[in-house]
Design a protein around this ligand. Structure first.
Ligand code: ADP
Length: 366
């Protein structure tokens, strides 16, 4: 259930466990989590309240059930949903989203995306059966997937790249445009029809392998681009009149966007120069604009009339996934290690601003 059904923006914070290296270095956690109060207390003086908090012992199934299941139910009622994973490199975004593709990963460690896909197929199957049990025609589902990367200012169609291979002749890259009602439209992007859980996860994997990655000295595998994996669910349900005779079909469509944001770490920390520095600047601008948009959307205290989608390509790209009939969940991932104190505090501040709610407690321990 949504904690507040009128709220279209929710923010969760998840703390990863200390790593083996951090434990070997005897690093202490720099924060405490109160799951009951949905609070994170960092250092000795700051407490932040969120919609959900998950401590370092939290399990993948709970994170999925508490934050995502109802968003999928909403998709079957025609409501769009977006999950954004935010945080510094190494804070647990990939683990939480479940986009890592480590073949040896045990089932209980599967993240949000594979669980979401399983649940979607469960819902479709039970809908199918319900209709059959009533002696009615089962609904017809069409599922399509799309995978886009935003690297600096360039959009890449990852599924097209995965199909053609990076050395083949470059086709027209995706381009953002507008329809006559002012809605953002993405041109030149491929959508792949899928019929099973395996199809979806296979496209996700192929696309992820085609991503542009670079290394910073924080994490060799760190992703320096934003990636948006979208599952589009179309359903056509046969309607019946009062004599139980079939009449027209009712069709609904909803999109579920899973957004892996680039690492939020500061440029100084990564000692970035040249191309890496350029990437960092573009990442920071996009994340800043995204924070502004989400904060305005979640602002229930004033009537926010102007939502600044146009401030960056990232927010323009996500325009139809944020606000309107979309429900948004930001999962901010943080490291508990003392050495990451400043990055963790920055992430909590960002997430707190995005949620736009008053913090319940202000600690003052001089
Ligand atoms: P990011 O995608 O933010 O760069 P990762 O998801 O790759 O970070 O996480 C970094 C490391 O921490 C990985 O080895 C991952 O398996 C581990 N990790 C992250 N979150 C958790 C968690 N909640 N429980 C156990 N291990 C985790």
């Amino acid at each position: 259930m949504l904690p507040d059904d009128k709220t279209s923006v929710r923010v969760a914070v998840r703390v990863r466990p200390l790593s083996v290296r951090e434990r070997a270095e005897f690093q202490k956690p720099c924060l405490a989590v109160s799951e009951d109060e949905s609070q994170i207390i960092i250092g000795t003086e700051r407490a932040f309240t969120f919609d959900y908090t998950f401590d370092s012992n939290s399990v993948q199934e709970d994170v999925f059930c508490e934050t995502t299941k109802d968003l999928i139910d909403g998709c079957f009622q025609g409501l769009n949903a977006t999950i954004l994973a935010y945080g510094q490199t190494g804070s647990g975004k990939t683990y939480t989203m479940g986009t890592g593709f480590d073949v040896s990963i045990p089932v209980e460690n599967f993240g949000i995306v594979p669980r979401a896909v399983d649940y979607m197929f469960e819902v479709m199957q039970s809908r199918h059966q319900e209709h059959l049990d009533l002696g009615r025609a089962p609904p017809v589902f069409d599922i399509l997937v799309q995978f886009i990367e935003l690297y600096q200012d360039d959009l890449v169609d990852l599924l097209d790249r995965a199909t053609r291979g990076s050395r083949s002749k470059r086709v027209k890259p995706p381009r953002l445009g507008e329809d006559k009602n002012g809605n953002v439209v993405l041109h030149n992007v491929s959508k792949k029809p899928v019929g099973s859980r395996e199809d979806i996860l296979n496209w996700l994997k192929q696309g992820a392998l085609a991503r542009t990655t670079g290394s910073t000295n924080m994490n060799a595998q760190s992703s320096r681009s934003h990636a948006i994996f979208t599952i589009e669910i179309k359903q056509a349900v046969q309607q019946y009149d009062e004599h139980n005779c079939p009449v027209e079909f009712l069709t609904t469509m909803a999109k579920f966007h899973f957004v892996d944001l680039a690492g939020s770490e500061r440029l100084k920390r990564t000692n970035a120069t040249g191309d890496r520095q350029k990437e960092g600047i573009s990442i920071n601008c996009g994340l800043l604009a995204l924070g502004n948009v989400i904060s305005k959307l979640g602002d229930t205290s004033i009537k926010a009339t102007h939502i600044p989608y146009r401030e960056s390509k990232l927010t323009r790209l996500l325009q139809d996934s944020l606000g309107g009939n979309s429900r948004t969940l930001m999962i901010a991932c943080v490291s508990p290690a003392e050495a990451d104190f400043v990055e963790t505090l920055n992430t909590l501040r960002y997430a707190n601003r995005a949620r736009n709610i008053q913090n319940k407690v202000v600690f003052n321990q001089d």
